[in-house]
Design a protein around this ligand. Structure first.
Ligand SMILES: [Zn+2]
Length: 709
C-alpha cells in the first residue's frame, strides 16, 4: 500500500483451508458497461444481486470492480469511477451482503482499460502497424489495452493494492492478462528490449530465426513477470487472499505469450471457455495439470457466447458443462452479463439454480485433491503453439488458431471415443512421466534438451511413446536440427519432407489388426505431407510411405479428377516401431492422429492400445459421446468413476447398461454404488479389476468404488 493513503489495511486472517477447496458452484456477472448515459447502472442493486445468487445456490461470487473499459465500481483514488454509481461503494455493498449470506467474494479486475487508453495515449500497446487495440481488435473503437512495460503497470498495481486493502474478500482475479493477440512495438518495449538484448525489435516472424525467438522469449518472460508483480503486490498486503489470473488464452499460443512461468503466478488455473464437449475435456485436462493448487476453475457463459446479451443456453447444455467440470474435479463458474440499466434477469437465476441444486448431492465427492488415473498423456509445450507456415510473414498476418491445438485435440478425441484414460501435460509435469503408460507427442515442433532427455529416460525405463512428424526437430532457440533430437528413441532419422500434400500410410503386414480394414492395397489416407525418414537398423517398419500417382498440385495430369489415389511406393517408412531400453516407440512420419475421421481415430487408438504394457485404468463399452474419468480418493479409500454423456444435440438420448471395468491396483473392492440417487450396484472381480454395469446414463453418473483397508 502506498503512503499517500490513510486507509487501514484489513487485518488478514489466514483461513485453515483456502476457500476454493470447497467451492464448486461459482458465478461471475459481467459488467462491461460504460457511463455516458445517465440510465447506465442506475438500477444496480447489491441486495437484489445477492438475493439472486442465493436463489441460484451460488457459493462464490466473482464481483466486477471494474471492466475492460477501465471504469471503476469502487471509490478509487486512482482513475475514474462509474458515474451511474454516483459515488456509491458498490464493492463495499457487495462484500458485506455476500458475507452475510456466507458467499465467498472474489474481486474481479481487468487488465484492459479503455479509460487509461484514452486518458494516456502514451501508455498504449502499439501494433506492428503502429495501431492501438481500438483500431485492430475485433470491433473497432471498443477495446483499449495499455502496454505492461509502460507506466500503466504501476497504475494498475496501485489500483489493485487499493482494492485488496479496502475489502474483505477471499481473493482477487485478474482478467485479460495476456498480450493482446499481437506483439507490442511501443517505445517502452523497444527501450526495454534494447537494454536487455542490445537489439531492435524484429518485425518478421521466423521460427527458425534465433533473433525472432529471442523476442518471443522476452515477451513470455515479461508477461510472467508482470503477473508475478501483481501476485506479489496482493500477497504483501493480504497473504490470506488468493490471486487468480485469467489462463484461457493458453489456447491462443505465442501471440498471447502464456507459458509455465506465467501459470506459476496464479494460485489456481482458471479461464472462460466457449466450446464443445471435446474442447472442455481437453482444456480441463490441461488446466488440471497446470494448476499450482486444486481445484482449477472452468468458466463458461449462460449464453451461447458472450456476444449474446439475451439468449440463454439450454438447461441441458448448462448442465452438461457443469457435470463436465465435476467429471474433471474442476470448480464450475457460470458467467452472466448485466443489463446496462444494472438489472439481472431472474429467469437466468432460476435456470442456474436448477443446475446447481442438482449438483449439491455430489458435494461429498467434490474432492479436488483426489488423484487422476490417466494412462496416456498428451505432451505439449507452449513454445510449440506456433505455426511454421507463418515464417516470413509480418506479425499482423499470423494465424491465431493453431494447428497444433487442433491436432492435439483430435488425438484426445480418439482417446475419448475409445474410452482410453488420458491427460494433457506440460513441462511442469516432466518429473512425473512415470505415472503414465504412454506419452503422445502430436507433431510437437519445439523441444529443448531437458524435455528430450526426460522423454528418453521415460522410454528407457519402460514407458511407451507415440510421436508424429516433426516432433523434436526444432530446439527452443529456433535452430532446426538436422535430425530428430529423439531419433534414437524413434528408431528413425529424418532427412526431408514430401512435396505431396496428400500421402498414404500402407500397412506392411496383412495381419496387423491395428490398421483395421486398411492394407497395402487400400492404404490409410493422410491429408498432409509426411517426413521422408529412414528406419534405423533394429527398428521395424509397420507402414510404408506411399505417394499419389501425381502431385496434387500438378495441373497437367491426375489419376482421378476428384481425389489423389495412391500409386507410388517410396521405400520410406510411414510408421516405425522401435524397442528402446525397456520401453517402445511408434513414430509416425505424418499427422495420423490429426485426421478428423472416425476411422483414423480408431487406428490411432489401436496403436496407442498396442503401446500399453498393462490394462488401462478403466475400460467401457459405451457410445463415443460418453467420456469416462477416474480419480483415486486415497483419503476416503475409494475410486470415483465419472461417466459423462455429452452429445452434440441435446437433450441427450440416455445410454442404458454400460459395462465398465476399473483397475484396482492391488486393492480389494468392497462395494460400488451410484452417488446420486444412492444405489448399490452388483459387481464382479476379474483379476485386478472390478466389473459392473451402469444401469442408466442420461447426462452424468458417478460411481463410487470403495475398497477394503
Ligand atoms: Zn509495449
Amino acid at each position: 500500500m502506498r503512503e499517500d493513503q490513510d486507509l487501514k489495511p484489513i487485518k488478514p486472517i489466514k483461513p485453515a483451508k483456502p476457500w476454493y477447496k470447497t467451492s464448486f458452484r461459482r458465478h461471475l456477472l459481467d459488467m462491461h458497461i460504460p457511463d455516458w448515459h445517465p440510465d447506465f447502472l442506475a438500477k444496480l442493486d447489491a441486495e437484489r444481486y445477492v438475493e439472486l445468487l442465493e436463489q441460484a445456490r451460488v457459493d462464490t461470487a466473482m464481483v466486477y470492480t471494474g471492466s475492460c473499459l477501465g471504469i471503476c465500481y469502487w471509490p478509487t483514488p486512482y482513475g475514474h469511477m462509474h458515474d451511474g454509481l454516483q459515488g456509491r461503494d458498490f464493492i463495499g455493498e457487495m462484500t458485506e451482503r455476500c458475507r452475510e449470506k456466507d458467499i465467498n467474494v472474489i474481486l474481479y479486475y481487468n487488465f484492459w482499460s479503455k479509460w487509461a487508453y484514452d486518458t494516456h495515449p502514451e501508455w498504449r500497446f502499439v501494433s506492428a502497424k503502429g495501431e492501438g487495440t481500438a483500431d485492430y481488435l475485433w470491433q473497432p473503437g471498443r477495446y483499449g489495452v495499455c502496454c505492461l512495460n509502460s507506466p500503466y503497470r504501476d497504475f494498475l498495481i496501485r489500483q489493485v493494492e487499493d482494492l485488496v486493502s479496502r475489502y474483505d474478500a477471499q481473493g482477487v482475479w485478474i482478467d485479460m492478462i495476456h498480450w493482446p493477440y499481437s506483439v507490442c512495438y511501443c517505445g517502452y518495449c523497444r527501450k526495454r528490449y534494447l537494454e536487455e538484448s542490445g537489439q531492435e525489435l524484429p518485425r518478421r516472424v521466423d521460427w527458425h530465426d534465433p533473433d525472432w525467438i529471442r523476442l518471443q522469449r522476452a515477451r513470455e518472460r515479461w508477461i510472467a513477470e508482470f503477473a508475478e508483480a501483481i501476485t506479489a503486490a496482493v500477497k504483501t498486503i493480504r497473504p490470506d487472499m488468493s490471486v487468480g489470473h485469467q489462463c484461457a488464452s493458453w489456447t491462443v499460443g505465442w501471440q498471447n505469450g502464456l507459458t509455465n512461468a506465467f501459470f506459476r503466478q496464479t494460485d489456481y488455473t482458471s479461464g472462460d471457455f466457449y466450446g464443445d464437449a471435446l474442447f472442455q475435456s481437453f482444456t480441463c485436462k490441461a488446466l488440471y495439470h497446470l494448476t499450482e493448487n486444486k481445484p482449477f476453475e472452468f468458466m463458461t457463459s449462460r449464453s451461447p457466447d458472450l456476444t449474446h446479451h439475451t439468449t440463454m443456453k439450454s438447461p441441458e447444455l448448462l448442465r452438461a458443462h457443469a457435470y463436465a467440470a465435476l467429471s474433471n474435479h474442476s470448480a464450475f463458474l457460470v458467467i452472466d452479463a448485466i443489463d446496462p440499466a444494472g438489472t439481472m434477469d431472474p429467469s437466468v437465476y432460476e435456470a442456474i439454480g436448477g443446475v446447481y441444486r442438482e449438483l449439491e448431492p455430489y458435494a461429498p465427492y467434490f474432492r479436488p485433491d483426489a488423484e487422476s488415473c490417466q494412462d496416456v498423456a498428451i505432451y505439449m509445450n507452449f513454445e510449440s503453439e506456433i505455426e511454421l507456415a507463418d515464417n516470413g510473414k509480418s506479425v499482423m498476418e499470423t494465424q491465431i488458431e493453431k494447428s497444433f491445438m487442433k491436432n492435439a485435440m483430435n488425438a484426445a478425441k480418439g482417446l475419448i471415443e475409445h474410452h482410453i484414460p488420458y491427460g494433457v501435460i506440460t513441462r511442469k509435469n516432466l518429473g512425473e512421466l512415470s505415472r503414465y503408460q504412454v506419452l503422445v507427442l502430436p507433431n510437437l515442433a519445439m523441444m529443448d534438451e531437458e524435455e528430450a532427455e526426460a522423454i528418453r529416460q521415460f522410454v528407457r525405463a519402460g514407458g511407451s511413446l507415440y510421436a508424429s512428424k516433426g516432433s523434436s526437430l526444432i530446439d527452443k532457440e529456433g535452430n532446426r536440427r538436422t535430425n530428430f533430437m529423439l531419433a534414437d528413441v524413434f528408431g528413425a532419422d529424418a532427412f526431408s519432407e514430401t512435396g505431396e500434400t496428400v500421402t498414404y500410410a500402407a500397412p506392411v503386414s496383412e495381419g496387423d489388426a491395428r490398421f483395421l480394414r486398411y492394407s497395402a492395397l487400400t492404404p490409410l489416407t493422410l491429408l498432409g505431407t509426411q517426413l521422408k525418414t529412414e528406419a534405423r537398423p533394429g527398428s521395424s517398419v509397420i507402414a510404408q510411405l506411399v505417394l499419389p500417382y501425381t502431385r496434387p498440385d500438378d495441373a497437367s495430369k491426375c489419376a482421378s479428377a476428384i481425389s489423389n489415389p495412391p500409386g507410388k511406393e517410396t521405400g520410406h517408412p510411414s510408421i516405425v516401431e522401435n524397442e528402446y531400453g525397456a520401453g517402445k516407440c511408434l513414430y509416425a512420419a505424418g499427422n495420423l492422429e490429426a485426421v478428423d475421421s472416425g476411422e483414423h481415430r480408431a487406428v490411432f487408438a489401436g496403436l496407442i492400445r498396442s503401446l500399453a504394457a498393462r490394462p488401462f485404468s478403466f475400460e467401457a463399452e459405451a457410445p463415443k459421446s460418453v467420456e469416462l474419468t477416474l480419480f483415486h480418493d486415497a483419503d476416503e479409500e475409494r475410486y470415483l468413476l465419472h461417466l459423462l454423456n455429452f452429445q452434440k444435440e441435446l437433450p441427450n438420448i440416455p445410454v442404458y447398461r454400460t459395462p465398465v471395468k476399473v483397475r484396482m491396483n492391488g486393492r480389494v473392492p468392497s462395494g460400488v454404488k451410484l452417488a446420486s440417487p444412492q444405489q448399490p450396484l452388483t459387481f464382479t472381480v476379474d483379476g485386478d479389476c472390478i466389473k459392473f454395469e451402469v444401469p442408466k446414463l442420461e447426462t452424468y453418473a458417478l460411481c463410487v468404488i470403495s475398497y477394503a483397508k
